[in-house]
Design a protein around this ligand. Structure first.
Ligand code: APR
Ligand code: ZN
Length: 357
């Protein structure tokens, strides 16, 4: 089968022949039908984070179960599924507290799985390696969804939508009438905009460096769009009775945008960091400002969600029409075209590129 491989930081991506292991006990084989390109995939190829290589990219996908290993009861052959890059063990300290997104056994950037055509061991991004025709994964790394959900939208439920929607609802706890600022309008940020609107937030101020994101922002339900520059906090204050936003959701992953989010929230406001940044990108805040502004700063991993419960809820919202994910899919592409999607993403163009198989 074919998969998109990164061989190291800055090296060209290539579609290569890959051998997957046989489906073992407790594992399932999934034929991938759609897979999105997420910024975290880009971050694993450009040095923002440095996982082991060669690496099969991709962690946002949906497909059909084609084989189940011994003892699998979670799903059956023929079931449509969304891949879950942080399956919960349900036994560790975090899972038992109900914080399954922090599960001790999940979350490695890459795990060994399969080989290249010449027998070199491969690693799978976030345990999935989903920019591929097939995956073999632990049974709990899939979530059953109704057959009626289009695969390209189901795929996005597995990362961008769960992450953005969960950050707004679970981590930030946005309520009707709150003012919400979303910085960075890729698949994750646009999902956060949609979730803020669904929660009844007003205004929902969407911000990006790229002026070309205006139409996408408004289609996702933003009430206002701003191009980010040095005047951002002033512009946000002008839209929030001079105070600043109740919530800022940072969906870029840079110290500069976390700081911009901080400055644009009101006294006692909340900054939720969704972006995954680099370890040497340091954030500086004054100790006095932290105290006197009484703001909070929290990170949101996988939307502080339990995807086993919340992905099916989001799937139902797609089917009943209350969650319209169509504006998120800006490019439908083949696997061979995926390297161009990475280049597009590094230029900040479009919403999501989705490989359709
Ligand atoms: N200010 C505002 N917007 C910015 C800035 C900036 N300084 N720098 C980049 N952006 C915008 C880009 O123009 C782009 O529209 O942020 C957006 C990022 O979108 P994508 O690259 O599509 O990223 P996405 O997949 O949505 O992920 C966002 O969440 O899960 C994390 O690792 C992921 O850090 C990434 C973030
Ligand atoms: Zn992702």
């Amino acid at each position: 089968m074919k998969a998109l491989i990164s061989r190291g930081v800055g090296r060209d991506l290539a579609v290569e022949d890959v051998h997957l292991p046989a489906t073992g006990a407790g594992e399932v084989r999934v034929r991938i039908r759609a897979a999105g390109v997420c910024h975290s995939d880009l971050s694993m190829t450009n040095g923002t984070v440095v996982p082991p290589y060669p690496l099969v990219l991709g962690h946002e996908a949906a497909g059909v179960v084609t084989e189940v290993g011994d003892g699998v009861e979670w799903v059956a052959v023929g079931q449509h599924v969304v891949l879950n890059w942080s399956p919960a063990c349900r036994q560790c300290w975090y899972c038992r507290r109900g914080e399954s997104w922090l599960c001790e056994s999940a979350g490695a950037a890459a795990v060994p799985r399969g080989t290249t055509a010449d027998g070199t061991p491969l690693h799978a991004t976030l345990g999935l390696g989903a920019l591929a025709q097939e995956v073999v994964v632990p049974e709990h790394a899939v979530i059953a969804v109704p057959d009626e959900v289009p695969f390209e939208q189901a795929a996005l439920l597995g990362c961008a939508v769960m992450t953005g929607a969960g950050a707004v609802a679970n981590t930030a706890g946005v309520a009707a009438g709150d003012s919400v600022l979303v910085i960075g309008l890729g698949g994750v940020g646009l999902s956060a905009v949609m979730a803020a609107r669904r929660a009844g937030a007003d205004p929902v101020i969407a911000v990006d460096v790229s002026p070309a994101k205006r139409e996408l922002a408004l289609a996702a339900g933003a009430t206002d769009f701003l191009v980010s520059d040095d005047t951002l906090s002033k512009a946000v204050r002008a839209l929030t009775d001079g105070r600043g936003a109740d919530h800022a959701i940072e969906c870029v992953g840079r110290a500069a945008t976390i700081r911009a989010a901080w400055r644009a929230t009101r006294r006692g406001g909340h900054v939720t960091v969704v972006g995954m940044g680099a370890k040497d990108d340091l954030l500086s805040l004054s100790a006095l400002d932290i105290f006197s502004s009484a703001r909070s700063l929290r990170a949101s991993v996988y939307g502080s969600a339990d995807p086993d419960r919340e992905v099916p809820e989001l799937a139902r919202a797609v089917l009943d029409g209350s969650l319209n994910l169509r504006p998120l899919v800006s490019h439908r592409i083949t696997l061979d075209e995926a390297p161009e999607a990475f280049a597009r993403m590094s230029r900040g163009e479009g919403a999501r590129s989705v490989v359709v198989f």
